[in-house]
Design a protein around this ligand. Structure first.
Ligand code: G3I
Length: 447
């Protein structure tokens, strides 16, 4: 019985992994079968359902049994933040973050990294810094932490809460902001270099509808996409009280239309309408193809940072609340997601059959990346060309899963990877089907 459950769970995780790494997805009408847990139901729809986890609670058997049963994405509530991971300058401590990461991996869950930079929860030594010293310390921090967790993180909150509340729609004042307006893009570029396989997110609160704050963030994301600053996703914390703005879904969709994924990252809802609002938020995410999933900010009401507001899905004893039922029911009646058709069916418009033959050749260096039970990463560095096309061959029965920092198209066992403005280090995730042979480079052409 236990084995059958493990097999079912692993099939679901494989499905969610395939869909989540496939890039663009579209919504199919109709729905999959009814899942009996949040994570399983979300996975059947190509999404995840996650929770914030506190390392100090991993010895609590009620907490851990709900965690393992219901969730397939985990965020460290505090343990991967700057004050936790670098308590004194250049002295990194990962024990509690690693406990959470190991627990998640053991349960087949993915991990959202939270958060590489934030004006809050900085160690005292960083709070007292400014200017170029702080900028260098930030870069060093991101490089170390993202490198430590390289290959383990589904998405990183690279920058948390950098925009001001109110009607102004500007940046929040902070020691990081005072190092120069470009600190956010420096943070994203640094994170990309350290962990090219993680989706890189901007994360904030009070961004749950179209308002001056969310629009200021929208403008930044649009600017980043236009200028090739590496950003992959936007997190909407969604700390809500009794209601959700009527344009919640439309707001998620306008960000998705910029070409980034969206994620509900810290959901908790207080008030008498709690159950209904959980259902509304869940349906909104499912209605947006690029909404990867939902994370609630804790398991039981007693685990919440919002003391006394009971904003979560389980009561203090670990019983399912009405809000749990509306959430699961919204998941179970939601549409399914399907990866977009193989890009070989829609060739890149930049290469037409009448294009002249490409110019000179370039060279590649391959490096093995993270390996999972079912798939593995390979990092490829191109030298000798600023703009390139690389063709790699997979070894059947391997299949292409996804690429980062390159645009991919697939034809048989050949994958063509084209420069996409994100530099000369790119990578490919290969579905192994039992064969972990590295992809072989067939050509590297300067274009
Ligand atoms: O661990 C110490 C404990 O040793 C000490 O005795 C106690 C005394 O105050 O403090 C404990 O640390 C607290 C920590 O949570 C762990 O419980 C901190 O004081 C407290 O400030 C900290 O609060 C966290 C808060 O971020 C800090 O801003 C919350 O747990 C955490 O849920 C919350 O999470 C944030 C997200 O990261 C970003 N978005 C908003 C969200 C809610 O504020």
């Amino acid at each position: 019985m236990k084995n059958r459950k493990i097999v079912q769970r692993s099939a679901l995780l494989t499905l969610i992994a395939a869909v989540l790494t496939a890039g663009t997805a579209f919504i199919l009408s109709g729905s999959a079968s009814a899942g009996t847990t949040l994570g399983a139901s979300a996975a059947e729809r190509g999404r995840y359902f996650g929770t914030a986890v506190a390392a100090s609670k991993l010895g609590d058997s009620v907490y851990v049994s709900i965690l393992n049963r219901e969730f397939n994405m985990v965020t460290a509530e505090n343990e991967m933040k700057w004050d936790a991971t670098e308590p004194s300058q250049n002295n990194f401590t990962y024990a509690n973050g690693d406990r959470i990461a190991n627990q998640a991996r053991g349960n087949g869950s993915r991990i959202r990294g939270h958060a590489l930079t934030w004006h809050n929860q900085q160690p005292t030594w960083a709070q007292n810094m400014s200017g170029s010293a702080l900028r260098s310390a930030m870069v060093n921090h991101i490089t170390n932490v993202a490198t430590h967790y390289r290959g383990q993180i589904f998405s990183w909150d690279v920058v948390n809460e950098a925009f001001a509340d109110g009607t102004g729609g500007g940046r929040r004042d902070s020691n990081l902001q005072r190092t120069g307006n470009d600190w956010i893009e420096v943070a994203f570029r640094t994170a990309r270099a350290a962990d090219p396989g993680a989706k890189l997110c901007y994360n904030d609160y009070n961004t749950d509808g179209v308002n001056p704050k969310s629009t200021a963030i929208f403008n930044m994301v649009q600017d980043f996409k236009n200028r090739g600053v590496p950003i992959d996703c936007v997190g909407f914390q969604s700390h809500l009280t009794n209601s959700v703005p009527g344009d919640y879904q439309a707001n998620l969709q306008r960000f998705a239309n910029l070409g980034v994924d969206v994620q509900i990252t810290e959901l908790d809802i207080s008030g008498a309408n709690q159950a209904a609002v959980y259902g509304t938020v869940t349906r909104a995410c499912l209605a947006v193809a690029r909404c990867n999933g939902i994370t609630v900010w804790g398991i039981r009401d007693s685990d919440s940072w919002r003391t006394g507001q009971n904003p979560l899905l389980f009561d203090n004893s670990g019983n399912k609340k009405a809000a749990y039922n509306t959430t699961l029911s919204a998941l179970n009646t939601g549409p399914t997601l399907s990866p977009s058709p193989p890009s070989s069916q829609s060739p890149s418009p930049s290469v037409s059959p009448s294009s002249p033959p490409p110019g000179g050749s370039c060279t590649t260096t391959l490096r093995d990346g993270t390996r999972w039970a079912d798939r593995f990463n390979t990092e490829i560095t191109v030298s000798g060309a600023a703009n390139w096309t690389v063709v790699v061959a997979l070894t059947p029965p391997q299949r292409f899963s996804s690429a980062w920092n390159a645009t991919a198209s697939v034809s048989g066992n050949l994958v063509t990877l084209r420069f996409n403005g994100n530099g000369n280090v790119f990578g490919i995730t290969t579905l192994a089907s039992g064969n972990f042979t590295r992809p072989q480079v067939r050509s590297c052409t300067a274009t």
